[in-house]
Structure formats: structure tokens, C-alpha cells
Design a protein around this ligand. Structure first.
Ligand code: FAD
Ligand code: NAP
Length: 379
């Protein structure tokens, strides 16, 4: 099968199943989603990601239209895609309505002569400018500087493009030939000005898109190396707190369906066991069948934080033995803190269990990366 779909020519899918993985009492909302690939001929491998082209919230579109005093019926030409759109559908599908850029601010400044904007646009005020842009959407600004006139045709060159969102695929196509599954954490937060905001992609996928009805444009983003070992006898160590667990569901489904004899070890972590143990039955059943070593770190159940890397350290002897016997090591999920801490812990284990100096331990991880035995998919 060939994948002929891409950002400019996505497949029109629909969500066929969606349910909360987090249970009552959870402090977050993480969803399982199944999207249809019927009629697409799309193929994917465990480790690949799915790219979704989301739509903005229609309320955000209406607020922007109010700011530019347009109806949405106006026809505009988009230079990026070289297509003509109604202004409403352009704002819905093509424009980043959450973040203004420099040209947008410069235009406002030139047309309003606002001294506040002049000060912000000075280079010395970079942190202030970033904070300002975190809080003020283009529509907020247009509604504040309401005397500024913007013509419909100018809009595409004033707004940033709406970019695809990527999600690790959480299913094996051997089990679900016409579906692709995702594990999506809904993003919602309150700005410094007290305004409640939702992430564009997750709000579209988790709340707004209607099951079986709303078109969800998508394409496959192949992984570059983050894949199961070709040798089905190889052992795999999977570290994936939070949504980082998604590709490992695909890995295990694939390995079970191929009856791969290699050993599997999962380090999962989330906030609370009673509400945030994603795909609990699947993992516990595999553990019971002795197909999976499972180490769980629920960070908010005890008096002190327990993270995946703390369990790695507790299990350092066995973990190092697996690595020395040729196991592949995977890490997936948060890039800002977790992935760095996990790498530092593995390095510490290499030093303590492998009897290596800090420098040699660092070199060991580097070698594993070069051999594609240390694989990361972090975001
Ligand atoms: C290869 C890859 C795989 C991924 N896999 C998954 C996956 O399996 N599951 C998953 O859920 N996600 C995954 N992601 C992340 C996903 O692509 C999106 O980035 C995420 O869903 C947020 O998108 P959004 O459109 O909802 O949010 P956006 O509209 O893009 O909003 C996010 C932005 O909101 C702002 N923001 C967010 N929180 C706060 C806050 N508390 N305070 C202030 N500002 C804030 C920040 O500016 C942030 O950049 C993956 C990313 C990559 C690159
Ligand atoms: N807006 C939202 O609602 C929201 C919520 C969560 C995450 N996010 C963002 O979405 C991305 C993915 O989040 P996610 O839902 O997959 O979960 P996540 O935020 O990565 O959290 C998953 C688990 O990892 C723990 N953790 C925190 N810091 C860690 C570290 N340094 N090392 C190891 N584990 C650590 C968390 O504990 P603690 O949280 O108890 O410290 C939690 O138990 C992250 O980049 C995060 O910033 C957004």
C-alpha cells in the first residue's frame, strides 16, 4: 500500500470512537480516539505519527470577524496555498488565530500610532513582547484597536498559518486494518489575564468534532527510526509517562499479533492510579500473561513525587542487565523535563552498574543512539 496523502492533500477521515481514558476525579482529560481509514489505502507502522489538520473554534472565527468588521462571506486569495476561500473558511481552517506575529503588531502600530505598541516593538522588550503575545490574540488586539482598518485581502499575509498537529499512533494496523488510534491529552489553561483557552488541535479532536460526521483531514508522518527492532527476539524497554504511552500500545499489539518472543518492559507514570492509568486492563493482562514487565509511577498518590526514572533507578540491576544483553531503550512523551531526566538516569545506571566513569557512561548512551538502540520520540 502507498501513502499518497500529505499536508496539501490530506485524507478526509472521521472519528469513529472517542472516550475518556481518565476517570472521575482526574485532574486532566485524556482521550482515546479511533479514526477511520476506510477507503484510503493508508498504511502505517508502529512508531509512526498521525498529522491532523485541525479547525479553529467557530467562536474564535466570529470574534476575529467582529474585529475586522467583516461578514465572512468575503472572497480572499491565499498566497501560501494559491487558493481562493471565503474569509470564514480561511479563518476556520488556515489561520493561526491564537498568536499574532511581528508583522501583525507592526501593522497595528503603523495604523494606530499607539505608544504602548511602539514600546513593545523595541527589541529590548523581548520578554515583555513574548508575554504580551501569550495573552493577546490577533482578534483581542483588533477589538482593542477598533479604529484600525484591515481589508479582507490583507488578512492571509497578516496571520501565521495554522499548522498540523502530530500524535503518536496508538494502534497496530495488524489488529485495526482500517483504523488509527490516538491517545490525546486535552490542552486547556488560563492566561495571565484570566482568560480560559483551549488548545486548537485537542479542542477540535476531543470536544468539537462530531463522531462519524466532522471531516478530520489527516496524513501519516512516518517515524525516522522510532520503530520496533527488526529482530522479534530483541528485548525492548519502553519509558512513556502520560501520553508517551501511546506508541507502546501499538508496539505491544504488533508484537503480540506477530507472536514476537522478545521480552517487553514498560515504565509508565501518571498522576493518580485510580483515575490516570491509561489502558490499565491491557497492560495488567499482559503482565498476568507474563508478556510484560510493568513498573508504575503515580506521581501524586504518595507524599513524595514518584516518576518513571525513580523506578528505573530502583530496577537498575535488572535494567542494566537487559541493556548489556542487547535490549532496545525507548523514551516517549514530554521533552522539556522528563526525557532529559530519563536520559540522565540511564547514564547514572550505566556508571553505577556498568562500572563506567561519567564520561564513558555518556559515551555509552551516545553509542546506543548511534546503533539506534536508544530511541526517543519526545515533544
Ligand atoms: C511527534 C509528536 C508526537 C506527539 N504525540 C502526542 C500524543 O500522542 N498525544 C498528545 O496528546 N500530544 C502529542 N503531541 C503534542 C501535540 O502535537 C500537540 O502539540 C498538543 O496536542 C497541543 O496541541 P493543541 O493544538 O491542542 O494546542 P495549541 O493550540 O498548539 O496550544 C498549545 C500552546 O498553548 C500554550 N499553552 C499550553 N498550556 C499552557 C499553559 N498552561 N499556560 C500558558 N500557555 C499554555 C503554549 O503556547 C502552547 O504552545 C505530539 C507532538 C509531536 C511533535
Ligand atoms: N494543559 C493541560 O491540561 C496539560 C496537562 C498535562 C500536560 N500538558 C502538556 O502536555 C504534554 C504531555 O503531557 P501528558 O499529559 O502526556 O503528561 P505529563 O505532563 O508529561 O505528565 C505525565 C506524568 O509525568 C510526570 N512528570 C512530570 N515531570 C516529570 C519528570 N521530570 N520526569 C518524569 N516524569 C515527570 C507527571 O507528574 P506531575 O505532573 O505530578 O509532576 C505525571 O505523573 C506535556 O508537554 C505537558 O506540558 C498539558
Amino acid at each position: 500500500m502507498m501513502n499518497t496523502y500529505d499536508r496539501l492533500n490530506p485524507f478526509s477521515s472521521r472519528i469513529v470512537d472517542r472516550y475518556l481514558l481518565t476517570k472521575d476525579g482526574s485532574t486532566k482529560k485524556t482521550y482515546h480516539l479511533a479514526l477511520s481509514l476506510d477507503g484510503s489505502q493508508i498504511s502505517y507502522q508502529p512508531g509512526d505519527s498521525l498529522a491532523i489538520l485541525p479547525q479553529n473554534d467557530p467562536d474564535d472565527v466570529d470574534f476575529f470577524l467582529k474585529g475586522v468588521r467583516c461578514t465572512g462571506e468575503e472572497e480572499i486569495f491565499d498566497h501560501r496555498s494559491k487558493n481562493t476561500f471565503s474569509l470564514r473558511s480561511y479563518l476556520l481552517c488556515k489561520a493561526n488565530l491564537h498568536r499574532a506575529n511581528h508583522s501583525f503588531l507592526r501593522m497595528l502600530h503603523e495604523r494606530s500610532s499607539s505608544p504602548d505598541l511602539a514600546e513593545l516593538l523595541l527589541r529590548e522588550n523581548k520578554p515583555k513582547l513574548v508575554e504580551f503575545l501569550d495573552n493577546e490574540t490577533p482578534a483581542d488586539l483588533l477589538n482593542t484597536f477598533s479604529k484600525v482598518l484591515v481589508s479582507p485581502q490583507e488578512i492571509p499575509s497578516l496571520l501565521l498559518p495554522l499548522l498540523p498537529r502530530f500524535y503518536s499512533i496508538a494502534s497496530s494496523q495488524r489488529l485495526f486494518p482500517n483504523e488509527v488510534h490516538l491517545t490525546v491529552a486535552a490542552v486547556s489553561y488560563t492566561t495571565n489575564k484570566g482568560v480560559q483557552r483551549h488548545g486548537v488541535g485537542t479542542h477540535f479532536l476531543c470536544e468539537r468534532a462530531l463522531l462519524e460526521k466532522t471531516v478530520v483531514p489527516l496524513y501519516i508522518q512516518p517515524s525516522h527510526g522510532f520503530a520496533l527492532p527488526a529482530d522479534s527476539n530483541a528485548s525492548i524497554i519502553l519509558v512513556g509517562p502520560g501520553t508517551g504511552i501511546a506508541p507502546y500500545r501499538a508496539f505491544l499489539q504488533e508484537r503480540l499479533s506477530r507472536k514476537a518472543p522478545g521480552r517487553n518492559w514498560l515504565f509508565f507514570g501518571e498522576r493518580n492510579r485510580s483515575s490516570d492509568f491509561y489502558y490499565e486492563e491491557f497492560w495488567l493482562e499482559l503482565q498476568q500473561q507474563k508478556r510484560l514487565h510493568l513498573d508504575l509511577a503515580f506521581s501524586r498518590d504518595g507524599a513524595e513525587k514518584l516518576y518513571v526514572q525513580h523506578n528505573m533507578w530502583k530496577q537498575r540491576k535488572a535494567l542494566w542487565a537487559w541493556i548489556e544483553e542487547g535490549a532496545y531503550f525507548y523514551v516517549c512523551g514530554d521533552a522539556k523535563e522528563m526525557a532529559k531526566d530519563v536520559e540522565a538516569t540511564l547514564q547514572k545506571i550505566a556508571a553505577s552498574e556498568g562500572g563506567l566513569s561519567d564520561e564513558d557512561a555518556r559515551r555509552k548512551i551516545k553509542e546506543m543512539r548511534a546503533e539506534k538502540r536508544y530511541l526517543a520520540d519526545v515533544y
